[in-house]
Design a protein around this ligand. Structure first.
Ligand code: UD1
Length: 417
């Protein structure tokens, strides 16, 4: 069984380049299905979720090939086919195929999407939004079949600014008949990236990055040459790791303009941050953090994807700290593993944990159960005295190209075995 071994207690020092964004690359790759022709998507991270999406595109008749960091996707031969269950169920992002395939082919057959077990993660809002645009669905025990005689524009109000639902509506709307308005839309940077790509392909979209997005349907889209931003969650992970270990690092290409809330939290935890268009320089004094509350929120608030990593750093907080999780109801799965490393954390309810800071963490054998919780265990191991072994590495590789290589570049004693 593969594992990651970490000799902790060493402050991170040096420079690392931040990989391309997972959550931006996946919807953009799905959106290539809406175009006729070839797209070149640069800076696509080499992670298992992207490999799964490549396979799904191939299954649907696309020609996909890698050219260094870029993916070339030729969608000339797209048609609706049964897709491998394993690839669909292994990631949440397969849900984007609903909007993309209904838009391109008027039909979709999909097993229920999987992804990290961080909450119930239903797809009701996706289906309801697409129904408002003229799609009809039949649900089975294992999946969903959808069809449409032609998507049309609609005025859709979201009861919660879901990232995936906003992206799915945008995909369905860009080639639908007429205009679509999304009220209560998500404003995450990944929405802007998707819209930027689609606009490069000829789509008419206004308001991306705000809570009201207006899409003017066009009859067809062409391919485009496009590059994905660096990953704000990976950059945030290394920022918090540097803060927790008392290090000094330069995170090259970190998308600093998307990282306001995380940078603010790291500063509250004792880091000094210097932002530039080349990246983010972090220097930590190595003192124990001292904050009393951290709350996750939709963008531009503190991202739920970094809550577990922050929790790891806050294990050494000097006072009681309440961590509130507002987005998912199962994000505290990492707590027992952190406790086995010496943390004192009490889960008050599904959305609230209380940390009673401890002086030091110690190394332990632990198991990742989902992607960001796994990254949190790596960060805890870097901070801890002694040796740690982390199992469940397959979860971590879903989002981090090579976390061991990156952290080795920052001087960590970490190996993948
Ligand atoms: C995306 C990100 C994920 C991030 C999350 C929140 C990708 C591939 N994943 O996930 O990393 O943590 O945004 O920033 O971009 N919900 C429903 N019904 C639905 C859809 C969502 O109830 O049909 C609920 C979810 O259970 C959750 C909340 O809405 O409680 C937010 O989920 P959403 O914003 O949709 O997250 P994802 O798009 O799945």
């Amino acid at each position: 069984m593969e594992y990651i071994q970490v000799q902790g207690g060493i402050p991170l020092q040096g420079k690392v380049r931040i990989q391309g964004s997972k959550n931006a690359a996946l919807p953009v790759l799905a959106a290539t299905l809406l175009t006729e022709g070839e797209s070149r998507i640069g800076n696509c991270p080499k992670i298992s979720d992207v490999y799964h999406m490549e396979n799904l595109l191939r299954c649907l008749g696309c020609r996909v090939c890698r050219e260094r960091g870029a993916l070339r996707v030729d969608t000339a031969g797209v048609c609706v086919k049964l897709m491998p269950r394993e690839a669909i169920c292994s990631m949440r992002s397969s849900v984007f195929l609903l909007g993309a395939l209904l838009g391109r082919c008027g039909e979709v057959i999909l097993d229920y999407p999987g992804g990290c077990v961080i909450g119930k993660r239903p797809i009701d809002m996706h289906l309801s939004a697409l129904e408002q645009m003229g799609a009809r669905f039949r649900l089975t025990d294992t999946g969903v079949c959808g069809y449409t005689r032609g998507l049309h524009g609609a005025e859709i109000c979201l009861s919660f600014p879901s990232v995936g639902v906003t992206e799915n509506i945008i995909m369905a709307a860009v080639t639908a008949k007429g205009d679509t308005v999304i009220r209560g839309a998500a404003a995450e940077p990944e929405i802007c990236t998707l819209c930027d790509y689609l606009v490069c392909c000829g789509a008419g979209i206004e308001g991306a990055g705000t809570d009201k997005i207006h899409i003017h349907g066009v009859s067809s889209l062409h391919g485009a040459d496009f590059s994905i931003d660096s990953d704000r969650i990976v950059a945030g992970t290394y920022l918090l790791a540097c803060t927790g270990t008392g290090g000094a690092c330069f995170l090259e290409n970190a998308p600093v303009l998307q990282m306001g809330a995380v940078i603010h939290a790291a500063e509250q935890m004792g880091a000094l941050c210097d932002l530039s268009d080349k990246g983010l320089y972090v220097q930590s004094m190595g003192k124990r953090p001292c904050i009393n509350r951290l709350t996750t929120c939709v963008y531009p608030g503190f991202p739920t994807d970094l809550q577990s990593v922050a929790l790891a750093v806050l294990c050494r907080n000097r006072q009681k700290c309440v961590v509130e999780e507002q987005i998912f109801e199962n994000r505290f799965r990492v707590v027992p593993a952190l406790s086995s490393m010496g943390a004192d954390i009490r889960i008050a309810d599904a959305h609230k944990a209380e940390i009673y800071g401890c002086e030091r963490l110690h190394g332990a054998k632990v198991k990742a159960e989902e992607l960001r919780g796994g990254a949190a265990l790596v960060v805890a191991a870097l901070m801890a005295d002694g040796l740690s072994v982390i199992y469940g590495t397959e979860y971590i590789y879903r989002g981090y190209e090579n976390i061991c290589r990156d952290l080795q570049e920052l001087g960590a004693r970490i190996v993948s075995v």
